[in-house]
Every structure is written in C-alpha cells, then in structure tokens.
Design a protein around this ligand. Structure first.
Ligand code: GTP
Ligand code: MG
Length: 608
C-alpha cells in the first residue's frame, strides 16, 4: 500500500484467498443454520407419524440403514451430528480467517499511518493534538479491523440465513408464512431502534470513561504540581465528580440493554401464538405436517438472532466508515516538507550556510521571518542573539527543513536545501536542543541514537568528549542503566551532556545548538561548555545563546529582532556600534560578565 489513497478493496485484495475460503464457510454456516430443525421434522413426520418419506430420502435410508422406523430415527440422529460438525467447522473457519484478515489489515494500516505521521511536517504536528493522532492509529484502525473481522462476512451469514429461512417457509406453505411473519417487521423495528439507542448510550459511556482517564492521567503526570500546591482534595473532588457521572451514564445504558430481550420475547411470543393457533389447525385439517409446523416454530425463534446481529452491525459499519475517513484524512495530508522531484543525495557538506531573502510564517498572514539574510562560512561559530520571540529558533528550524520558507532560499554550500534528499540533509546536522529528550532505553542506546551503528568504543569515546563518561560510570549499571521516559533519573546537566555525546557521535559537519546551557548551574554549565567546545571543533556551528560566555567566542554574531537580522559582527564590533546588541549587553550580559569570571577565562581558553 502506498501513501495517499486507501480504500477497502485495496486493503483486502492481498487476502483474497483467505476471504474466498471464508466465503465458502459462510455458506456452510448459513446452510447448517437452516437445516438445524429438519432432523426434528423427519422424526415427527416419518417416525412418530407415518407420513411417506420423499423418494430420495427413502432410498438413501433403506440402502444404508435398513427399512424400519428405527433406521429413520438413526438417520435423523446422524443428520443432527453431521449438521453440527459441518456447522462447527464452517463457523470456526469463518471466524479464524476473518479475524486473521482483520488483524493483518490492521497491521498494514497502522504501519502505513505511522510511517506517514512520523514524516508529516512539524507544521502539521504543531497543530494536531497528540491524543487525536493516537486515537486515529489505535481506535479508528480498530474499528476497521472489527468491521472486517466481525461484519464483512458475518453480515452475509445473517442475511443468507434470514433469506433462507423465509424461502424455506414459503416453500412449505406460503400463506401460513405470511401469517407467521406478520410480527417480523415489528420485531425488526424494535430491535433496530433499541440497538441504536443502546449504541448511543454505550458511546456516551466510553466517552465518559475517556474523560475519567484524562483526569487521572492529567493529575498523575503532574503529581508534583498537585502535591506542591496541595490541591489533592480539589483533584479528588474533580475525579469523583467525573466518576459519579460515569456511573449514571453506565446505568442508563445498562437499563436499555436489559429492556430489549424481554420486549423481544413478548413479540416473539405473539408470533408464536399466531403460529400455534393457525398452524395447529392446519395440521389438524391435514394441510401442513406436524414436522413442518415444528420447522416454523424453530425458525421463528431463530429469526430474532440474525435481526439483532444485523442491527448491531450497522453500528460497527458506521464506526468503521468514520474511522476510515479519519485515517484517510491523515494519509491524504500532503507531506508539506518532502523530497522534491529531482532531489539528490547531499554530498558531504563543507558547512557554508546562507539565508537568502528568507520570509517565513507558521500561519497564513503572520510572517515571523521577514526577508532575512545571513551567511556563515564553513567552520565558523555563529551566535544568534535577540529578544525572546524574535525568531531565533525559527531560523534554525529552516536549516534541516523542519519547515520550508515561504519565499527566499536557505542554502548549504551554495545550494538550496530543497535540492537535497531530506534524509541526506538531516544526517549531516547535529542538534543539541534546549531540553534534551532521552528515550526510555539504556544510556548507551540514547547516545547511539545519533548513529545506531556506532560501536561501544565510539560511544564511550563520545561520552568522554562530552564530559559524560565519569558520571555514567557511576550510575548503577553504567552504560546499561535505563533512563526514564523523560530522562527523569538524570539531572538537567547530565541529560544535556548525554545529548552532546549523541551529537558528537553523529560527527556531522553542521551543528545546531538552541540555548544548550540554559537552566544549568555554573559548574555543570562549565562541563557542558567544555564538551560543546570539543564538539564544535572543525564544524560549522550555530548557537542560540543568552549567555555571554558562548556569544563572546563566536566568530560572528547575528542580532535578530522581529524576524530580521538587524546587526552582525563580532562582540567587539557590535559593542562599538552601540546598537541593539550594545543595549542587550547592557541589560543582560554586563552583570553576568562581572559576576562570572569563570566564563571569561573559559572563553579565553577556547578562543585560540
Ligand atoms: P526565544 O526562544 O524565547 O528566545 O524566542 P525565539 O527567538 O526562539 O522565537 P521563535 O523563533 O521561537 O518564535 C518567533 C515567533 O514565532 C514568535 O512570535 C512565536 O510566537 C512564533 N512561533 C514559534 N513557534 C511557533 C509555532 O510552532 N507555531 C506558531 N503558530 N507560531 C510559532
Ligand atoms: Mg527559541
């Protein structure tokens, strides 16, 4: 299955063999359902009373079992067993095959959707709620799986059975059939409307359950805040409120469910009354055999089941249709950022980065970067500074094509980044971001995330360079220590150094750092800076920094304000100019410089 279009035939076509066999099983199922009452008819008509058997049955019984009534009885018994065996095999086969097709289709869909979602641009992910996407990959796909497993052929069984029963009854006695079926429309309407209301009610139950879980999840994931502000009682009340509401809704649903079977039984009893009344008279007057009457009885009792199943299935169908639409919507969302036709694999970059009249906005009608120009030579360390919200993070997001500019070009080594295949472009860029995410995996794997094929030695070497080796060694299981979902078992500085090791091991010619040291104390900052300095050696680096220590070492500083580069130059040049940088320096860095002799000596050491 390729990206974009999906439809049900597309999904099912690889499984046509299994579906073909399942279809045969369906016919077996319906057939045996229809035949079930017939052995009783044989006993009533040909054993208990002395009606003449049809010629084919008589010759079959006589040639195999003998020609007395006991032979007919044995025949009926054998038929019961045979029907049961064929029915069992058919229903097992149908169930197994449709479930397996359903599961494989689900796997296929999940794979496709996940593949697509992972590659959808950040612009899409920024807008979409994670929960919504998760529910598309799980419940919506589940709904489709349930359609295939339970309904697709199940519906066919029920319809065939219903039609078969009506056909057989007509064959036996059409007038009596009309009388016997007179309750059927009422029955169907009752079952249908109830099933719909039951479904609505259970949907409400599920929604409420979801809300209960959300409250729980919200509180558990921010339990620190809850306890810090001692809001436990408030949260308890909120939770209980949701829980009470869920009880009410569940009881309403249960009430509807409990009402249906008794009502159905009464309607069926009415039908049975009619059948007994007219049927017995027909039997007495010899217009109908006792066995045929029995068949009518049993069919009437059985009819309710397929009706109920069918009306249940309408709901599964509608859910699957909705699920299908929601999945389609995701799959048909174009990957805004994708390989252009003719994109080629990027060569190893020298590392020249240029923004050429770049304009960009996250939303229509609101530009964040305005005709922005900057150029960084290979091997330079460039710093981006500017007030918060100026667009610094946005600038660096355009280099790996997290977003594409609305106009203008982002170039590496003189070529538009869009002319490269995305993977080959991003492989040559390392990131250390403000808050480094670690995966729930051993430390070594977290480091190797930047280059999965890295050897253990390379990992240790990277950790040493990142000043991380020492503390990793001290962890309970060293490099094999699991770190938590959000790396909670490590401190900010430790996490950052693992992230730096991750970037070092990637050994990419371009390095992007977004405030890599914010939130660190002076001692860990020193370690992180030290590691960063090694990481930057011989690479083109772009650092967004609020700290003077980093900025002063930069070969070139770009001052960004309101989406433009307003000044550029070295620290001293910019100070001498007396513009925005000088102003920022006054309010932000001056004090830092006086306080923090550490960082000055650090920057001097690294400025060779
Ligand atoms: P600091 O990190 O606070 O120093 O700011 P920054 O210079 O990195 O600013 P950034 O590039 O993150 O944001 C520039 C502008 O774009 C701001 O007005 C933000 O509100 C806006 N912006 C940033 N990210 C998004 C986004 O994902 N969606 C939308 N719609 N706007 C965004
Ligand atoms: Mg930022």
């Amino acid at each position: 299955m390729k990206k974009g279009k999906i439809n049900i035939t597309h999904l099912l076509s690889p499984h046509w063999k299994a579906l073909g066999i399942a279809f045969v099983a369906v016919i077996g199922e319906s057939g045996t359902d229809l035949l079930e009452p017939w052995p009783l008819k044989i006993i009533f008509d040909y054993v208990l009373s002395s009606k003449q058997m049809p010629a084919w049955m008589a010759s079959l019984v006589h040639s195999t079992l003998g020609d007395d009534k006991l032979a007919v009885l044995s025949f009926a018994a054998l038929v019961v067993i045979s029907i049961a065996i064929v029915g069992a095999i058919s229903s097992y086969t149908e169930d197994y095959l449709t479930t397996s097709v359903g599961q494989w289709v689900m796997h296929d869909l999940r794979r496709t959707v996940y593949h697509h979602i992972q590659r959808l641009s950040l612009a899409y992910h920024d807008k979409k709620r994670t929960g919504d996407l998760i529910s598309r990959v799980t419940s919506d796909i589940d709904a489709i799986q349930s359609l295939i497993s339970n309904v697709l052929l199940g519906m066919l069984v029920q319809i065939l059975t219903l039609l078969g029963m009506i056909g057989v009854m007509f064959y036996l006695n059409w007038r009596f059939t009309l009388i016997a079926l007179s309750v059927a429309p009422a029955l169907f309407l009752i079952v249908y409307s109830f099933t719909r209301r039951i479904k609505q009610a259970s949907r409400a139950v599920r929604k409420k359950e979801g809300e209960v879980i959300s409250v729980l999840q919200e509180v558990l994931s921010s339990i620190r805040v809850v306890q810090a502000f001692t809001r436990e009682d408030y949260e308890q009340r909120r939770f209980e409120q949701e829980s009470i509401e869920s009880v009410g809704i569940a009881l309403r649903a249960r009430n509807l469910k409990a009402m249906l079977p008794p009502i159905v039984e009464i309607v069926v009893a009415l039908g049975t009354c009619l059948v007994i009344w007219y049927g017995t008279r027909l039997v007495i007057s010899g217009q109908l055999s006792a066995g045929a009457l029995l068949v009518f009885f049993l069919y009437l009792g059985k009819m309710y089941k397929p009706m109920r199943q069918l009306s249940k299935m309408t709901d599964t169908v509608s859910k699957a249709v909705v699920g299908f639409e929601r999945i389609r919507e995701v799959l048909e969302t174009d990957m805004l950022v994708r390989n252009l036709p003719g994109a080629r694999k990027a060569p190893r970059f020298k590392g020249e980065i240029e923004f050429d009249h770049v304009t960009f906005g996250y939303e229509e009608g609101r530009t964040v970067l305005q005709d922005l120009n900057l150029k960084i030579e290979p091997g330079q360390l460039a710093a981006l500074v500017g007030p918060t919200g100026a667009g610094k993070t946005t600038v660096i997001s355009l280099i790996p094509r997290f977003y594409d500019p609305a106009s203008g070009h982002v170039k590496i080594d003189g070529e538009d980044v869009r002319s490269f295949k995305i993977k080959s472009l991003r492989q040559q860029i390392s990131f250390v971001l403000q808050e480094s995410l670690l995966f729930r995996a051993p430390v070594w794997q977290n480091i190797a995330y930047g280059r999965p094929e890295a050897t253990r030695d390379e990992i240790v070497r990277a950790a040493r360079l990142a000043n991380a080796h020492e503390f990793i060694e001290k962890l309970s299981e060293g490099y094999d220590t699991m770190v938590g979902e959000r790396g909670v078992t490590l401190s900010g500085g430790q996490r950052q150094r693992i992230a730096i090791a991750r970037a070092i091991i990637r050994n990419a010619p371009i390095l992007i750092l977004d405030e890599p040291s914010s939130g660190l104390d002076a001692a860990s900052e020193e370690l992180v800076f030290d590691a960063l300095a090694r990481l930057m050696e011989g690479k083109t680096s772009i650092v967004i920094a609020h700290r003077l220590a980093t900025i002063r070492r930069a070969d070139v500083i770009f001052v960004i304000n309101e989406g433009r580069v307003v000044e550029s130059g070295t620290h001293h040049e910019l100070l001498a100019r007396g513009g925005l940088y000088a102003e920022l320096y006054e309010i932000q860095f001056r004090k830092e410089e006086m306080d923090d002799l550490e960082s000055v000596s650090f920057s001097a050491r690294n400025h060779n």
